[in-house]
Design a protein. Structure first.
Length: 489
């Protein structure tokens, strides 16, 4: 199966109308020509936390969202992409619950990373932990076994609770690999065409390393899972937040990767009114990427842009976003902060609010994304030019909820009447249908306060021209009659 060079939507199963059935109705009514590239449905599975990212199983759909029949119905029109949290599974899963009941005698015990798989005597060593890229204060959790009252410590990379809701899987275990194969076979049965390997960078635990993207072991695992997915005609998209060189290694390994650098570079260019850093990036980046500006987490900063940004300038940009309502996700481990203490992992806000809710700046940002080589993904809040949802942050205490508003059908219909949304949908239609986007890409010479990008194929071409002074955005292209015309975005 070939990934289409067209725009995709990212949405939660319940964020556009409340469930999968209504989502499909909205997609059929408004968006069949907007998202022919596919629909990325964020985890629709039963989950015990992290808004779907602590799944109990991949064999069922959360009943409040709908059924597999609803997923297949969406798949009849759109290629569907789902997440597989390949690093972990919920503590409420039947597999871990059986382990809690029976301990090492459980048939599922080998799925998990008990500490004696890391340290021979099962006793954690702080010096080893200090080298690791931590996502919580300790990389393991202590559980009481139900039957005996004994304790078991198991690896838990993620999770805000103690003990964590997200239990790491041992990807070296034959049992884990059989389970992953079962999940993939079910995806094939349910007409899933693409799978994002969420948190795949954390799957290898090895003493003396950061336990993040451990080479060469990570490639052995990726090769194994790709061979399985290829046999099922499923495309893989590894999700790795890391130093850009890690992404480039994945690209050299033949993988699709995420462009986690572009969102910051575009924001920097538009707020700083200079193309310097964006141009430098566009001229050197791999083309086999999925592009995005916004997502369910935040705008990536560290470690994705390590060695690419000046931390003093980054502080200014981060500060501007905070003034516009953003909140921040921070790096926990001192070893992985910048030398001067800069520790911003992600900027949490809607992209529209980050650009001060300026329609012209926002359309300029989307035009840059859609002209950048790769498969463009548009997050549902970004599609609807959504503003920061500060009320939901206050209500939940979760900073990421600022960009996770759940839209009713009425709210969606109202959003579709906004000028910014109408302009964006027209731009997406152009990106989906103009043939030159399958041709050659060029970054054209321009004044520092301009952006000029070109696609050409045969006699067709389209040129993007943006004034960073005014945010005026114009596309010049050859129409079906062979006549050059201009399109003010």
């Amino acid at each position: 199966m070939a990934i289409q060079n067209k725009v995709q939507l990212i949405t939660y199963p319940d964020s556009m109308g409340g469930n999968l059935k209504v989502l499909n109705e909205l997609l059929q009514k408004h968006f069949t020509d907007i998202f022919p590239g596919g629909i990325h449905i964020l985890p629709p599975f039963p989950s015990s936390g992290d808004r779907g990212f602590a799944p109990l199983t991949y064999l069922e759909i959360e009943p409040s969202f709908g059924t597999w029949e609803d997923i297949r119905a969406i798949g009849d029109t759109f290629d569907v992409l789902v997440d597989l949290m390949v690093n972990h599974i919920s503590r409420q899963s039947p597999y871990f619950q059986d382990f809690l009941e029976k301990g090492r005698s459980s048939e599922f015990a080998d799925l998990f990373m008990s500490l004696d798989k890391i340290w021979d005597d099962g006793s954690p060593v702080q010096a080893d932990i200090e080298k690791m890229f931590l996502r919580r204060p300790l990389p393991y959790s202590t559980f009481q076994l139900n039957g005996s009252g004994e304790e078991e410590k198991v690896w838990t990379t993620f999770g805000k609770t103690d003990p964590s809701e997200q239990i790491d899987l041992d990807v070296h275990s034959p049992l884990t690999r059989r389970l992953l194969r079962l999940f993939f076979e079910n995806f094939k049965k349910q007409n899933i065409k693409m799978v994002r390997l969420d948190a795949v960078g954390y799957v290898i635990k090895k003493l003396g390393t950061s336990c993040f993207f451990v080479e060469p072991e990570i490639y052995e695992f990726l090769d194994w899972i790709k061979e399985m997915a290829d046999a099922l005609d499923i495309e893989l998209l590894p999700e790795v937040h890391a130093h850009y060189s890690t992404q480039y290694k994945l690209s050299e390994h033949g993988c699709w990767i995420y462009d986690f650098i572009l969102p910051y570079r575009v924001l920097e260019a538009l707020t700083g009114r200079s193309n310097t850093e964006l141009y430098s990036y566009l001229k050197t980046r791999p083309h086999k990427q999925f592009t995005m500006l916004d997502c369910h987490d935040g705008i990536p900063v560290k470690p994705d842009l390590d060695d690419l940004i000046d931390t003093n300038e980054a502080r200014e940009l981060v500060g501007l976003c905070v003034e516009r309502g953003a909140n921040l996700s921070l790096i926990l481990s001192d070893e992985h902060k910048a030398a001067d203490g800069f520790d911003v992992h992600q900027i949490r806000c809607t992209y529209y609010s980050a650009l001060n809710e300026d329609d012209d700046a926002y359309l300029a940002a989307r035009a840059i994304q859609l002209f950048t080589p790769g498969i463009p993904q548009v997050y549902y809040v970004g599609l609807l030019a959504g503003r920061n949802d500060k009320e939901q942050v206050t209500a939940t205490g979760e900073g990421r909820e600022i960009n996770r508003h759940n839209y009713t059908v009425e709210e969606i219909e109202q959003a579709l009447e906004q000028e910014a949304v109408k302009r964006l949908m027209k731009l997406i239609r152009f990106r989906n249908t103009y043939s030159a986007f399958d041709g050659a890409f060029h970054v054209l010479d321009a004044a520092t306060d301009e952006i000029r990008l070109l696609w050409e194929q045969g006699e067709k071409y389209c040129k993007l021209v943006i004034s960073l002074k005014t945010y005026q955005t114009v596309i010049e292209y050859v129409n079906e009659d062979g006549i050059p015309v201009t399109y003010p975005v």
